[in-house]
Design a protein around this ligand. Sequence first.
Ligand code: BDR
Ligand code: CA
Length: 313
Amino acid sequence: MTPRKIIIDTDPGQDDAVAILLALASPAEINVLGITCVAGNVPLELTARNARIICELAGHSELRVFAGCDRPLGRDLVTAEYVHGKTGLDGPDLPEPQMPLQDQHAVEFIIETLRNEPKGSVSLCPVGPLTNVATAFNKAPDIVEKVQEIILMGGAYFQVGNVTPTAEFNIYVDPHAADIVFRSGAPITVMPLDVTHKALVTQARNAAFRALGTPVGIATAQMTEFFERYDREKYGSPGAPLHDPCVIAYLIRPELFTGRYVNVRIETQSELTMGMTVADWWGVTDLAPNAYFVGDIDADGFFELLTERLGRL
Ligand code: BDR
Ligand code: CA
């Protein structure tokens, strides 16, 4: 099969890093056209640094990495150093990147790439706040029809929220951007907390990463060890949730996931529930579905895939 052309839009973040590694380890299925960075887990300067560190770790310094929006559309930036550490990539001791950051703005790269490709041929994989994607759609509405699919990590229905009682981090940081994306009409697949909180790195799964014995395997074990402390303390869960790699795994093995086509709206008005993904999971409205909202994952299958692929780098 022809590999799917994707742009990864990201705010690394240890789980973002694993998502990038999984994509780069899977060239038969995935062709990464570029990595666009956004402010989220940590400020933009660090996410753009971290994305390049991970490309170099994977042996792919030829990849193009772009810096995008440094703040949400209509709100102050909220970051998550309390989860990901001061650099966003705390855990392993990785060298500063040598590869350059591209001069072009990430939003311009997204617009130009989509305009140059045939209709419905490029998928966007946002695993951070949706600021870059929404800004591109606002500036160039003609590119929406060029999108094959948006597969994003964000939101929650049954898990409700992780950064506030009712909102998941990526959507909460830029709810106005999320609102634009969910209203865009592009085909959307959502990996919410409902599924990513089932993709937990247990001790045995972490040991399997480490047992690869490679720089990638060891760094992945160290990254997941670092950020698991947060979820252990908060949820009492056995390990770190690998949120963002679910997006990439879905491209490689969609049969690992199940969900429903539902209508999803984003709360942008109420400060109390700001950034809530109001998903009509039970079909109680007659609003047309605008997203495939994933609810379940074969976690063992996911970790087998991930470990096997990381072993290829
Ligand atoms: C999401 O927020 C970030 O902390 C993670 O990288 C993930 O994209 C989970 O809520
Ligand atoms: Ca992320």
